[in-house]
Design a protein around this ligand. Structure first.
Ligand code: HEM
Length: 417
């Protein structure tokens, strides 16, 4: 449910980013020294900048809820002092900048920040600098295309009869290069992400093929516009009306591509061997690179009936994973808990799963998150090593050994798994 909401917010933020970024850069490149016959899309750009800012806040809020909803330092660090935080700041500042300077050329500076945010998080960013660069170029090219079409749609309604054909001519000349760049960057990013292993039976690659098919359709419409309708603009007839309809259809195709991209980047991973298992109610695969760092447990005080386990979990995968279950032969039940301070009293509550974003770490430590062992078969005594199995939604089973430290000894380091 929360994942579906994340995908929807992502799709909406793509639309806002494309309207804001695309329209600003296309306006700069297409209008140049032209005198605009109408105020242009300024108020729309303002709205898109604000929508992007809200979408960035929505994404951060959703992640906060998925981490248990506690405003403690670990949760806040995971959200803000991380790559997610950098992307959040870039989108927030970029969105506000564009909204503040919607009608002015310096709005372009805000677009740079927003485009950079695509190179900071996501599959491409976790793959390295080259894919960060190709994805920024890809999104920049796609945004320009979308923004350019948007400008053309507005110009097709303007009363100045010469403005529209001039813009169309400029758009056609520039599109050859920019759309070419977009496609080269798209194919480069895709090849690097799947490590040149092409297999159309995999969900992620089927998503890419869907995008490719929709883009081919888009190019076919663009071809009709350029070769059939644009040359007829000067003469009498309904070419202008048809061009307007075709551009509207192209913009709708863009929405379909963005929805596909939002699904692809939320639910599927370039490295999946069988995507259908994701989110299928606890089915597990053993494939994913998860590191468990310094797993430990405090010795149990006299009379205690429960024990706790702590560790740092590093998700090395290019997609979010979730710790969904744990078990140990030393206890009947092992559950995941979050703690928070309420008027000086520590309150605990069980959480169903702990999400760990792609290429990030989450720390289970006293006062924040912990594994709780109940109905113990034997107490934890300093020096014990307790076997524990963690189950991740994507990575599957990870075997860990908890080192029991003297009470009050804390995390003395050491690596497990
Ligand atoms: C006009 C057409 C297209 C648009 C509007 C578009 C839009 C986007 C956007 C917004 C992203 C950023 C996703 C993110 O990091 O959150 C993206 C990523 C990507 N696009 Fe496109 N795209 C288009 C065409 C294509 C084509 C034809 C391909 C080639 C198959 C492609 C391949 C990719 C790849 C591989 C990624 C990275 C996905 C990932 O992070 O897993 N795109 N695209």
């Amino acid at each position: 449910m929360l994942e579906a909401l994340a995908a929807i917010i992502k799709g909406l933020s793509y639309i806002a980013a494309f309207v804001a970024v695309g329209t600003v850069i296309a306006r700069a490149s297409l209008e140049g020294n032209l005198v605009r016959p109408s105020p242009g899309p300024t108020s729309l750009i303002w709205w898109a900048g604000i929508a992007l800012t809200l979408a960035a806040c929505g994404t951060a809020a959703l992640f906060f809820i998925r981490l248990g909803g506690n405003a403690d330092s670990t949760t806040l660090d995971a959200i803000f002092l991380s790559k997610l935080g950098v992307a959040f700041a870039l989108q927030l500042i970029g969105g506000l900048w564009i909204a503040s300077f919607a009608g002015r050329p310096i709005a372009v500076l805000g677009t740079a920040l927003i485009l950079l945010s695509f190179g900071v998080v996501g599959h491409s960013a976790s793959r390295g600098l080259l894919t960060s660069l190709t994805i920024v170029l890809h999104v920049a090219g796609a945004a320009w295309w979308f923004g350019g079409l948007f400008m053309l749609l507005l110009a097709s309604r303007a009363s100045d009869v010469n403005h529209f054909p001039t813009l169309i001519a400029r758009f056609s000349r520039q599109a050859v290069w920019i759309v070419g760049l977009l496609l080269v960057a798209a194919l480069g990013t895709a090849s690097l992400l799947v490590e040149w292993r092409f297999d159309a039976s995999l969900g992620y690659q089927q998503g890419l093929l869907t995008k490719l098919g929709l883009t081919a359709f888009l190019l076919a419409l663009a071809g009709v516009n350029k070769l059939v309708l644009t040359p007829r603009l000067a003469g009498p007839g309904t070419a202008r009306l048809w061009l307007r309809r075709m551009i509207a259809a192209e913009l709708l195709l863009f929405l379909a591509i963005m929805a596909t991209t939002a699904y692809l980047t939320t639910y599927l991973s370039p490295h999946d061997r069988n995507d259908s298992m994701h989110g299928s109610g606890g089915q597990v695969r053993a494939s994913g690179p998860i590191d468990i760092i310094a797993p430990w447990a405090p010795a149990m005080p006299k009379g205690a009936r429960t024990a706790a386990g702590y560790m740092e979990i590093a998700n090395n995968q290019m997609i979010e994973d979730r710790l969904v279950a744990a078990s140990s032969p030393w206890a009947e039940h092992v559950t995941l808990h979050a703690s928070n301070m309420d008027n000086g009293i520590v309150r605990m509550r069980e959480i169903a799963a702990l999400p760990i974003p792609a290429d990030m770490r989450i720390t289970l430590r006293p006062g924040v998150f912990h594994l709780m062992f109940t109905d113990l078969y034997t107490p934890f005594v300093a020096g014990d090593t307790v076997p524990l199995t963690l189950i991740f939604e994507r990575a599957g089973k990870v075997e860990v050994t908890l080192h029991v430290r003297p009470l009050g000894g804390g995390d003395l380091g050491g690596h497990g798994h």
